[in-house]
Design a protein around this ligand. Structure first.
Ligand code: NOJ
Length: 747
């Protein structure tokens, strides 16, 4: 009888929970709603859990397989047995993960399975171009597919949770983490963020080949002062809402399962203690249903921030703000029991956090089969498949951006007999992975030299000279490089940063080419041999000097496993480059931040006007970047004509003709920008509102059309309300943010 009443109570509670959760179901979640039996399962488990076991579910610890930060507590195996771990990070391969899961489901008292998380940022084993490179493809389907493959590979090796996508908008390339994001634009950042969530999570986890995504870093981690990683963020409310928050929201709307807090503060409050951010905005306003994990030790680090006296205080702030899972800090485990006794935290909040994590485990299917992501056979057959590698190669080529191509230096002419590959990035597999290499194996990478040799076979002699190191002052190799250039009839100059010079904790105060690479370039170019620079880098670089001297520059980022093959496809013209940069390249470091959607100011500089001292300008450098957002050349050329903007009611249709004026077929990324000419608050000179990536045959003209509604013109006001204002607008269409044709319209 007692048992029956208890079950009935749980059942009623479960129904109540389902009803309570109803409104948020409008969200496009890829996971099905919990059945009442699952809700009962969760409530039953909760009722059996000790406080320590509850706090265990809220704790994430690293294994000793990989290191992505400092380790405070290395006793993770014992903690698993004690039921004091909810999830493990930095563990993969079936042989490594399975025994850990076994420990949880066989040796811990309640046998609750673990979630396994990892930074699968641009591929798991098959490494794709860094996210900033993928963004340059503007190919949402390809970006989604890259994440699908990443999820398939990671889930075959025990992982069911990735700490991606990073959707932090960033305008300062000194910040090394720009390599992990989609660049400077909010609208494009949202589209790419959604695509990545779709790729990782698919329609759910039933097929065992998708993983939980984790949108990060909430919020505004991409705006640290001076571009120094982990530094303070100081931001106006309007720009927070208008520029930085939308990509996180886009992920929530796309059904992202988890969210990571950021290391930085906003208005003096570190995100991990920001109740407004984590509860009022995220949960109440945006309806987020998944769980919130801190970034690595970010509870403990509040003591350094100075908003908490000690870790206990910090744990209380985090719990009361809406954090569900503590990454690496042991802060919840160690301090919540006392905080609970002192009534500084509520058991209801702890239970709610546990519910969220158990719900996620149910959705992953871990209670049905804790080993469903540990499949030896899949590990053999689904990793680095031919199809995945072919796709990676295609994405490398799609991510390349042709920055300069005087006198059609590229593609490499078919008549070439000897090619000299010169430079510190020319013959390295290791650097091709960039940063956040997950389980990528550099030995399996195709270097630029390999790629060129694969392409040329015996038909062309390919020689290599390093010339100098990536980042030191040694000039002694330059003579040999010049000699090699002398022997060749075409030179590929492989320059740039090392893979680890961008990414986390990799900020730079000068983003010029490191070391003596400019000297190497000068000496080689002086030989007069046709030369194309192949640039490798994790951030926009300030390459004004190189731009002045080199006839051609191909931006290739860090392409990953298939880097050399994909780049060779572009260099030799098998693929016509179509990438466009999504972050402006400054002329020099002092010009930062320079981004396309800036304001006019009260004293704008007019390049066509009379000389005037008292305008917004530098004495020593133009205002414009070296290469603007949306810029990228092709082996063919495109021209734009006949733009029209027609308004019917609240709908605006913008049409334009685009002609391929060159002598080969090519893809063009046609961009739509809008300017709101007069606003109650100042508006950017241009804002991206759409794009189309089109294959246009040589000689063909296509008509491109975009439809916007008035709602697309809405913006945040100082009262943080979002609405559009009637008046005059300009529509711009073009192949780069600085080269557009325009049509006015009124609304
Ligand atoms: C710290 C980084 O900020 C975060 O992006 C990453 O996911 C965690 N470390 C785990 O490695």
């Amino acid at each position: 009888m007692h048992h029956y009443t208890r079950t009935l109570k749980l059942f009623c509670l479960a129904i109540l929970l389902c009803l309570l959760f109803q409104p948020a179901m409008a969200q496009k979640t890829p996971v099905s709603r919990l059945s009442s039996s699952d809700s009962i399962k969760i409530e039953t488990l909760l009722s059996k859990m000790t406080l320590d076991e509850k706090l265990g579910q809220l704790s994430l610890f690293a294994s000793d397989w990989d290191v992505t930060g400092p380790i405070l507590n290395s006793n993770y195996k014992q903690l698993i047995r004690d039921g004091k771990v909810g999830a493990i990070l930095n563990a993969y391969t079936v042989d490594f993960v399975k025994p850990l899961q076994k420990m949880a489901v066989e040796e811990s008292r309640l046998k609750i399975p673990l979630i396994f998380g990892y930074d699968v940022i641009h591929g798991h084993r098959t490494i794709f171009p860094i996210p900033l490179g993928q963004a340059a493809s503007w190919d949402l389907l390809s970006i989604e597919k890259a994440e699908q493959i990443s999820a398939m590979e990671a889930s075959a090796e025990g992982i069911n949770w990735t700490f991606a996508p990073m959707v932090d908008i960033a305008r300062d390339p000194r910040w090394g983490r720009v390599s992990e994001g989609a660049g400077e634009d909010t609208w494009l950042g949202c589209r790419i963020a959604e695509a990545r969530v779709r790729g990782f999570q698919g329609k759910g986890y039933a097929d065992g080949r998708h993983v939980l995504a984790c949108v990060k870093h909430f919020a505004a981690y991409g705006a640290p002062l001076g571009g120094r990683d982990y530094n303070t963020v100081d931001i106006s409310s309007v720009s927070l809402y208008e520029t930085y928050l939308p990509p996180y929201k886009a992920c929530i709307d796309a059904g992202v399962a988890t969210l990571m807090t950021s290391f930085n503060e906003i208005n003096g409050v570190p995100s991990t203690a920001n109740r407004w951010l984590l509860t009022d905005l995220l949960r109440k306003e945006w309806g987020f249903r998944g769980f919130v994990v801190t970034d690595y030790l970010s509870i403990n680090q509040m003591v350094n921030h100075g908003n908490a006296a000690d870790v206990k205080d910090a744990a209380s702030l985090a719990m009361n703000s809406g954090v569900d899972m503590d990454m690496m800090g042991s802060a919840f485990l160690e301090h919540i029991p006392a905080l609970l006794k002192e009534k500084k935290v509520k058991i209801a909040d702890i239970d709610e956090a546990v519910r969220r994590i158990l719900t996620t485990k149910i959705q992953l299917g871990l209670f049905d089969d804790p080993y469903r992501f540990c499949n030896k056979q899949r590990e053999q057959t689904e990793i680095m498949t031919k199809e995945s590698l072919d796709f990676a190669r295609k994405l490398v080529a799609e991510s390349c951006v042709l920055l300069k191509n005087d006198h059609q230096t590229l593609p490499v002419p078919a008549s070439v007999k000897t090619i000299a590959v010169i430079g510190p990035l020319g013959d390295t597999k290791k650097e091709m992975l960039g940063n956040w290499i997950a389980a990528g194996q550099w030995e399996k990478c195709v270097s630029l030299l390999d790629g060129i040799r694969n392409k040329c076979g015996d038909k062309v002699r390919v020689i290599y000279e390093k010339g100098c190191a990536i980042n030191d002052n040694e000039l002694s190799g330059i003579d040999a490089a010049v000699k090699a250039a002398g022997e060749a009839d075409f030179v590929l100059l492989a320059l740039g940063e090392g893979g680890e010079m961008s990414g986390e904790a990799a900020s730079r105060t000068s983003i010029e080419l490191p070391g003596v690479q400019n000297q190497l370039a000068a000496a080689v170019v002086k030989t007069g041999k046709p030369t194309a620079v192949v640039l490798f880098n994790g951030r926009p670089l300030a390459i004004s000097y190189l731009n002045d001297i080199a006839p051609a520059i191909l931006e290739t980022w860090f392409g990953g496993t298939q880097a050399g093959n994909g780049i060779a496809d572009v260099l030799f013209g098998d693929v016509n480059p179509s990438g466009k940069i999504t972050m402006s390249f400054p002329r020099n470091t002092g010009q930062i931040p320079v981004f396309y959607n800036c304001k006019n100011t009260g004293r704008p500089f007019n390049p066509d006007g009379p000389k005037d001292k008292y305008v917004s300008q530098y004495l020593d450098c133009p205002n414009t970047p070296l290469y603007p957002f949306g810029y990228g050349l092709s082996y063919t050329s495109f021209s734009y004509s006949g733009i029209k903007a027609v308004v019917v009611g609240n709908t605006i249709t913008i049409t334009s003709n685009v002609t391929n004026t060159g002598d080969r077929d090519g893809e063009e990324i046609v961009q739509l920008y809008i300017q709101d000419k007069v606003g109650s608050i100042t508006r950017p000179l241009k804002e991206l509102k759409g794009f189309k990536k089109l294959l246009i045959r040589k000689g063909d003209t296509v008509s491109v059309s975009f439809t916007l509604t008035a709602a697309d013109l809405a913006f945040y006001h100082p009262d943080l309300k979002k609405y559009w204002e009637p008046g005059e607008f300009n529509a711009f269409v073009g192949g780069s943010s600085d080269k557009v044709i325009s049509a006015p319209f009124k609304l």
